[in-house]
Design a protein around this ligand. Structure first.
Ligand code: ACO
Length: 316
């Protein structure tokens, strides 16, 4: 992920290694994918190369993209009696990239990074802001906006690389809401945005006239993980759901262990702050669980877990 610091990003860089570095006038943060099987198959292997490096670069905010593949040796260059062909590297990768966002040359990409660092603005409605060392902003958008659909097509590749079992969602369906988190820096007096993470949320109908929101994909990019951004985004969404009479409870599709952990901690903090466990004794009746679930808009399974943890906490 690149953010321009000055205007010449066009030279070839030295090898990576550092997580964060300054490279030919750009702030570069490097990280590796957690999963590549959606692109290169279940064994996550490609055949026929020595010293293969696949480098997928993104402009930090706009997600303008550049693919750079390098290797020491290829099997079809080796002198063997059998003709062997190396696997295709770029084809499968390009299938999951937004075609319009991929720059053809390194020079074009470098120019886009400089341009976008200064001009890119998050798409959607700003709904929340919080501060750590820097300022972070949360935006809400839907697929009714063509501009956001185009942005989402760039962003969605990341779910394949970092969320196990994730698939692309149907961007023709306007019942999706997408929340994006951006770091906002002031560079030379102008704001510059870096994508931190995002969450897609589907609004199911809930009979007769309400909606049941379900978090589908939730991702904080690796350089920003473990710093509270996931919690900020989750808390914002939960609070927005609680504040909206149209919504029933907040549910989550197939949560990972790390997500469950983050959700437990945040739900427990909320319930403790609101004194939800005061006066509760085991066994807790289904009607009390139902009342707590509907008051806090927490799903049945999750409120049951939280109440159990709340009661156990007292024993500790
Ligand atoms: N394992 C165990 N605990 C964790 C992990 C983890 N991997 N990540 C965070 N936590 C804990 C932290 O200790 C923290 O506790 P604290 O609040 O008491 O300090 C709490 O969870 C929240 O941590 P945050 O910093 O807010 O979490 P983060 O910003 O890293 O976001 C998330 C968590 C979303 C799971 C992120 O790490 C991520 O995107 N991971 C990779 C992709 C993924 O698994 N996404 C969820 C898939 S499930 C779905 O999409 C519905």
């Amino acid at each position: 992920v690149l953010r321009a610091l000055d205007k010449d990003l066009t030279q070839e860089d030295e090898d990576e290694g550092e997580e964060e570095e300054e490279e030919n006038g750009a702030d570069v943060i490097q990280f590796h994918p957690a999963f590549t099987y959606p692109i290169y198959g279940e064994h996550e292997r490609v055949f026929g190369y020595k010293g293969l490096k696949i480098r997928l670069s993104y402009a930090a905010g706009s997600l303008a993209t550049y693919v750079d593949v390098g290797c020491g040796k290829r099997i079809d260059e080796a002198e063997t009696s059998v003709a062997l062909r190396p696997d295709d590297i770029e084809g499968p990768l390009r299938k999951v990239l937004a075609a319009g966002a991929v720059c053809q040359t390194r020079t074009e990409f470098a120019q886009r990074v400089v341009h976008d660092t200064q001009t890119f603005r998050p798409v959607g409605r700003k709904v929340h802001e919080y501060q750590r060392e820097e300022v972070y902003e949360i935006y809400e958008a839907g697929f009714a906006s063509a501009e956001f659909r185009a942005y989402h097509q760039r962003m969605q590749t990341l779910v394949l690389l970092f969320i196990e079992g994730a698939q692309f969602i149907d961007d023709a369906d306007e019942r999706w809401l997408v929340y994006t988190v951006f770091e906002r820096l002031d560079i030379g007096g102008a704001p510059s945005f870096t994508l931190v993470g995002f969450c897609t949320m589907y609004q199911f109908f809930s009979w007769p006239d309400r909606r049941r929101p379900r978090i589908s994909q939730f991702l904080v990019l690796p350089p920003f993980q473990g710093q509270g951004h996931g919690s900020e985004l989750y808390r914002y969404i939960h609070q927005a759901v609680r504040g909206n009479l149209d919504y029933t409870e907040l549910t989550v599709e197939d949560p990972s262990e790390a997500f469950d952990d983050m959700r437990d901690r945040n739900d427990m903090r909320l319930l403790i702050d609101c004194a939800a466990f005061d006066g509760l004794e085991a066994p807790v009746s289904p009607s009390v669980l139902a009342e707590l679930g509907s008051r806090f808009k927490i799903s049945r399974r999750q409120i049951t877990r939280c109440v159990e943890m709340g009661l156990l906490r007292r024993l500790g």
